[in-house]
Design a protein around this ligand. Structure first.
Ligand code: NAD
Ligand code: UDP
Length: 343
């Protein structure tokens, strides 16, 4: 199939692009590089030995996007493009509503106009809000407590309305739990700008000596060791989930949401210990206040994806930590190489 991948230069998008190329798909990546670098796509080509088309464009620009739709005849769209930082979304909500919602609207309008009715959309476990019981299931009530979450919720609603109006659409809404890890080659991974908000990049940077100490947000939760529990999923497993979702939308009509997680929760302290094991480094930490808005426990019921998509996460927590560490080490080496060249 010929697939438009919006946001394909980003963390999850680049891993998915590699899987798509290895499965024989033709891909056109549209990304404005607001949170990524074209080098990730060079690495995708290096890993796969295959080519792709990259167009640096903003999905909110309807005229430019229409030119792309006219030039290429897509069979399906995988829509990753969007801003994703919860804290930032609270500070600049209009940027989030504009980028995520207007961007999606532009894309969906053009899909309708050019009769491309197969879509895989990146949603998030954040749409379950904080009042549901774990494990979280796709048919539970949805809510959001910040502008980022609301953009995902609104886009999901928009998609349900699009499908109601035209049941020829085929839409998979993928609700990711906590994507972590990196490509086993060490060539692709997450590269957050500034101080990382998420646990994995923060721990990795502490292990690498780039930051001195991890603050553990909350040690008095009603959990096995008092720290927060999340369902971490290896980004390579997540990429595989997109392939399965694409196969499903290719051969049926409908709209379905799927949880993509492992179904298993790990505490912050368990992550710290596993990182210490794979890196051989001590990870200094301090116990701090709970972070506002954090749930104590979040993990998925993944049975729907297992049954309907025949998809299962296969990588272990050790794989996730080892590949994150490997990626971090690779970054450091590249950085040191550059420093040496400058000297
Ligand atoms: P990312 O920031 O690495 O990738 C998103 C990509 O979209 C970036 O390359 C960015 O440059 C691009 N982009 C943003 N706005 C754009 C626009 N207007 N036009 C063109 N390109 C644009 O993020 P990611 O972690 O790969 O996440 C991908 C998707 O998955 C996002 O929609 C995100 O909300 C969702 N998601 C991510 C997580 C996570 O923890 N990483 C969890 C749940 C859901
Ligand atoms: N966390 C932490 N210190 C950090 C970052 C995160 O203790 O510097 C905790 C956080 O409170 C949560 C878990 O690690 O219990 C995962 O947080 P992350 O931000 O990665 O994911 P999210 O909370 O969005 O699911």
């Amino acid at each position: 199939m010929k697939i438009l991948v919006s946001g394909g230069a980003g963390y999850i998008g680049s891993h998915t692009c590699a899987e798509l190329l290895l499965s024989g798909h033709e891909i056109v990546v549209v990304d404005n590089l607001s949170n990524s670098n074209e080098s990730s796509l060079e690495r995708v080509k290096e890993i796969t030995g295959k080519d792709l088309i990259f167009i640096k464009e903003d999905i909110t620009d309807e005229m430019k996007m229409e030119k792309i739709f006219l030039e290429h005849h897509f069979d399906a769209v995988i829509h990753f493009a969007g801003h994703k930082a919860v804290g930032e979304s609270v500070s600049v909500p209009l940027n989030y509503y504009h980028n995520n919602i207007s961007g999606s609207l532009t894309l969906f309008k053009l899909m309708k106009k050019y009769e491309i009715k197969k879509l895989v959309f990146s949603s998030s476990a954040t749409v379950y809000g904080s009042h549901n019981k774990v494990p979280l299931k796709e048919d539970m009530p949805l809510s959001a407590s910040n502008p980022y979450g609301r953009t995902k919720l609104f886009i999901e609603e928009m998609l349900r309305d699009i499908y109601s109006a035209d049941p020829e659409w085929s839409i998979a809404i993928l609700r990711y739990f906590n994507p972590v890890g990196a490509h086993p080659s060490g060539l692709l991974g997450e590269n957050p700008k500034g101080i990382p908000n998420n646990l994995f990049p923060y721990v990795t940077q502490v292990a690498a000596g780039k930051r001195t100490c991890l603050s553990i947000f909350g040690s008095d939760y009603d959990t096995k060791d008092g720290t927060g529990i999340r369902d971490y999923i290896h980004v390579a497993d997540l990429a595989g989930g997109h392939l399965k979702a694409l196969e499903a939308v290719a051969c049926s009509n409908g709209i379905e949401a799927f949880n993509l997680g492992t179904g298993q929760g790990y505490s912050v302290l368990e992550i710290v210990r596993m990182f210490e094991k794979v890196s051989g480094k001590k990870i200094p930490f301090q116990l701090s206040e709970r972070r506002k808005g954090d749930a104590a426990v979040s993990y998925a019921d993944c049975s729907k994806a297992r049954i309907l998509l025949q998809w299962n996460a296969e990588k272990s927590l050790e794989d996730m930590c080892r590949d994150s560490w490997n990626w971090q080490m690779n970054q450091t080496e590249t950085y040191l190489d550059k420093e040496l060249q400058i000297i």
